[in-house]
Design a protein around this ligand. Structure first.
Ligand code: F6P
Length: 537
């Protein structure tokens, strides 16, 4: 592909932007009274309203043309067929295989990966059932009641997010905890009230070499051995989720208790691999498979729906429209569903570790903005915190509202009030309140400007019936394919993460200096910080 910013369509988008940049959503709705219908998609039980965006039919046509010119269809097929699209690591990218049916055939290096995927799922299901039924006993014969997942990044954020999101569907007599941080407080707080005899550790690490996870896993090992005083206890209290059987075995975990996955599963795309074991134990195999079914439905929607009806594609193009033409730096994700409280944190790794890149697939510096900063909190809490800046601040922050028609805990009129708030927020952001409207309320003149809402703040509203395992799967896959679509257009690799390496290497060089009083050979600032720390500790 020619350089993105050199494409005619890109230039057309630039002049189109000049034409519509000052157009207000109030005018847009007046000019196109049918926007609510024409700029909404309903597919796979997801109502996706993008009418409150600073875009019109012409904008969308140009953006769809851009996606076509970027070869989105062809590149999507390459991904689904298992081609090695992660070019800097020479790997296929096949999280879609993890939720494909048994009948699918997906080849990597001449081998169908699907039998392995389903064998792991079956092994996970059998193990989960044992734990759920109380048949998996600890070393002293006590029933396992506590499940602690030790992992970080993709080996933590997906499981903890899905556990919180689907808590309503979990087996409540089991306790689930998630340890990720190397900060000793994390392990201490997660285990302080647990009995080692009743605790199972799931060590989740694709590589099984990650410093944080291995440090926590060794601490867990020592914690179990201190109480049970026999190495044989490890087999009953530890299982591993990994691609690295050798390291698992070195750690002392029997590889019979290892749930396998493969290098074509990226860390941040791994929650439907063996990494989901804690979720399967919590939810049961049927609910877990229903979640996979939701992922698969969205995978198929993305692969086959025309761009005009393709939710991940539309979402991606609008994100790019604001990032590259309006200069917006962030996107707020605002779930009006308490159970989705960890969803924004999960999305941060998925979006920002994927598309936080400055060079193209060919290694050339990009001349445009790439990945946006994703952040957010559940509504309505955010309304009493940071929404002020979105409404009246100087920055343009596109918002993504997520809501469900039914509450999982119906109580009085709470849900109507919650929904009234989400609808009110997107309307207030889009249409604002003019000075004349403020004056009509007999506002003293000195307060008029303070009470004006400029409006013209764009948002998408994603509305689904109810937060179920299937709905969650669809929602996550929607974002996964949105990220992929953007990476294709930006010409970057969404599936590597070289940017996390340097800090790891430097930490490895600094760590020995904290345990000795050797002469410090780092930069002046780092030397001073280490010297100060040596005194404090
Ligand atoms: O932060 C870098 C990273 O490699 C992530 O991409 C990954 O999810 C995380 O570390 C954990 O890696 P692992 O599962 O190998 O422990």
């Amino acid at each position: 592909m020619a350089k993105l910013s050199g494409l005619n369509t890109w230039k057309e988008l630039q002049s189109h932007y000049e034409k519509i940049k000052n157009l207000h959503l109030r005018e847009m709705f007046a000019l196109e009274p049918d926007r609510a219908e024409t700029m909404a998609v309903e597919e796979e039980g997801v109502y996706f309203d993008y009418s409150k965006h600073r875009a019109n039919g012409e904008t969308m046509s140009l953006l769809f043309k851009l996606a076509k010119e970027a070869g989105l269809r062809e590149k999507t097929e390459s991904m689904f067929k298992g081609e090695k699209i992660n070019n800097t690591e020479g790997r296929s990218v096949l999280h879609i295989a993890l939720r494909a049916p048994k009948t699918a055939k997906i080849m990597v290096d001449g081998k169908d990966v699907m039998p392995g995927v389903h064998a792991t799922l079956d092994k996970m299901a059998a193990f989960s059932e044992k734990v759920r039924k109380g048949e998996w006993k600890g070393y002293t014969g006590k029933t396992i009641k506590n499940i602690v997942n030790i992992g970080i990044g993709g080996s933590d954020l997906g499981p903890v997010m899905a556990y919180e999101a689907l808590k309503k569907y979990t087996q409540r007599n089991l306790v689930f905890r998630f340890v990720s941080n190397i900060d000793d407080t994390d392990f201490a707080e997660c285990t302080h009230d647990l009995n080692p005899e009743e605790t199972l550790f799931i060590v989740a690490s694709k590589t099984f070499t990650t410093l944080e996870t291995m440090t926590n896993a060794h601490t867990a090992r020592a914690w179990v051995l201190k109480a049970l005083k026999d190495d044989k206890a490890i087999a009953k209290h530890f299982v591993a989720l990994s691609t690295n059987a050798e390291e698992v075995s070195k750690f002392g975990i029997d590889t019979a208790n290892m749930f396998e996955f493969w290098d074509w599963v990226g860390g941040r795309y791994s929650m439907t691999s063996a990494i989901g074991l804690s979720n399967m134990i919590a939810l049961g195999a049927d609910n877990y498979r229903a979640m996979l079914g939701g992922f698969h439905k969205m995978d198929e929607h993305f692969r086959t729906a025309p761009f005009e009806k393709n939710m991940p594609v539309i979402m991606a193009l609008l994100g790019l429209w604001y990032a590259d033409f309006f200069g917006a730096e962030t996107i707020a994700v605002l779930p009006y569903e308490q159970y989705l409280k960890r969803f924004p944190a999960y999305l941060q790794q998925m979006t920002m570790e994927s598309n936080g890149k400055t060079v193209t697939n060919e290694g050339e510096r990009v001349t445009y903005q790439t990945g946006s900063i994703y952040w957010g909190e559940p509504g309505t809490n955010g309304q009493h915190s940071f929404y002020q800046l979105i409404h009246q601040g100087t920055k343009l922050i596109p918002c993504e509202f997520i809501a469900f028609g039914k509450s999982l805990n119906p109580t009085g009129n709470h849900h109507d009030l919650l929904m009234a708030n989400v609808f009110a927020q997107s309307a207030a952001l889009a249409f604002g309140k003019t000075a004349d409207e403020v004056r009509a309320e007999k506002t003293p003149e000195n307060l008029v400007n303070h009470k004006v809402f400029e409006g013209n703040k764009p948002s998408t509203t994603i509305l689904m019936e109810k937060l179920t395992p299937e709905a969650l799967g669809k929602l996550i896959a929607l974002y996964e394919h949105c990220v992929f679509t953007q990476s294709v257009i930006w010409g970057i690799n969404a599936f590597d993460q070289w940017g996390v390496q340097l800090g790891k290497v430097l930490a490895g060089k600094i760590a020995p200096d904290l345990e000795s009083d050797s002469q410090l050979k780092h930069d002046a600032s780092t030397n001073a910080l280490i010297a100060k720390y040596r005194k404090i500790k």
